[in-house]
Design a protein around this ligand. Structure first.
Ligand SMILES: Nc1nc2c(ncn2[C@@H]2O[C@H](COP(=O)(O)OP(=O)(O)OP(=O)(O)O)[C@@H](O)[C@H]2O)c(=O)[nH]1
Ligand SMILES: [Mg+2]
Length: 233
């Protein structure tokens, strides 16, 4: 049984920032933690990289990546030099990716706290989950808000298939819109299906191959950060 998951279904709460203690030991507000999850290869790391490039001049940022057996995603971000190396940490989950973000979050919490200690104070920490399936969600003890990334190449029936990532994530990103013509995907149908699953929760379409393609996501992150900063400490 996954308690978080069960609670989510009974009490879906969004942007509630209920994770761990929102304060640092010195009483100041800690960094906002945003999780990025979603199936394998949908563009989670590409979104993290683009967010770092878009936000790094205005915010103090760090990233935690999760991979099953490697540090591949962290190495990509290091190669791309999206942030200084000391701001990128890798967790090797060694098991199903969702275990490390939902059931035993200790390795991720430690990585987040070590980053705060080493390079803080931070405004924002992005935690990328290893690629998983439609049921993977983050524990609210690890992140304050979550983004679920799917892509058009996975097929236009994915929003219709639902699952907690699609239905309850604080933001649903439908990426790789540039591929829609090649895979015969109907973006308007995907938007309708996502709306049917999510009600008023936001959905954005992105193509990270386009210049400023990440803007709908970076704008959303800025709004979350403004709410977080304004919230009671
Ligand atoms: N055409 C196109 N390709 C993209 C886009 N975003 C990402 N990709 C490509 O898709 C592939 C997978 O992207 P990643 O960012 O590694 O995906 P991921 O979700 O982090 O993958 P895992 O961590 O392995 O689950 C890479 O080759 C990216 O360059 C996009 O908007 N359009
Ligand atoms: Mg990745």
């Amino acid at each position: 049984m996954h308690l978080d998951h069960d609670l989510d279904e009974r009490f879906p709460h969004r942007h509630t920032y209920s994770a761990a203690d929102p304060k640092r030991a010195d009483g100041t507000r800690r960094a906002l933690r945003i999780g990025l999850g979603g199936p394998v290869g949908t563009g989670k790391t590409a979104t993290v990289a683009a967010l770092c490039r878009a936000l790094r001049d205005e915010l103090s940022l760090a990233v935690v990546t999760n991979d099953i057996y490697t540090r591949e995603d962290a190495e990509f971000l290091l190669r791309e030099a999206v942030l200084p190396p000391e701001r990128i940490a890798a967790v090797e989950t060694g098991a199903c990716p969702h275990t490390a973000i939902r059931d035993d979050i200790s390795a991720n919490l430690e990585a987040v706290e070590d980053l705060e200690d080493a390079v803080g104070p931070l405004d924002l920490i992005l935690v990328e989950s290893g690629g998983d399936n439609l049921t993977a969600t983050f524990s609210k003890g690890l992140v304050d808000a979550q983004i679920f990334v799917i892509d058009v190449a996975g097929g236009d029936d994915i929003p219709r298939k639902g699952g907690p990532g699609v239905t309850t994530a604080d933001l649903l990103v439908i990426n790789k819109t540039d591929l829609a013509p090649y895979v015969g995907v109907d973006l308007e149908g995907m938007a309708r299906d996502a709306k049917a699953q999510r009600g008023d929760l936001p959905v954005v379409f992105t193509s990270l191959k386009a210049e400023h393609g990440v803007r709908p996501v970076s704008d959303w992150v800025r709004e979350r950060l403004a709410d977080w900063t304004a919230g009671p400490a």
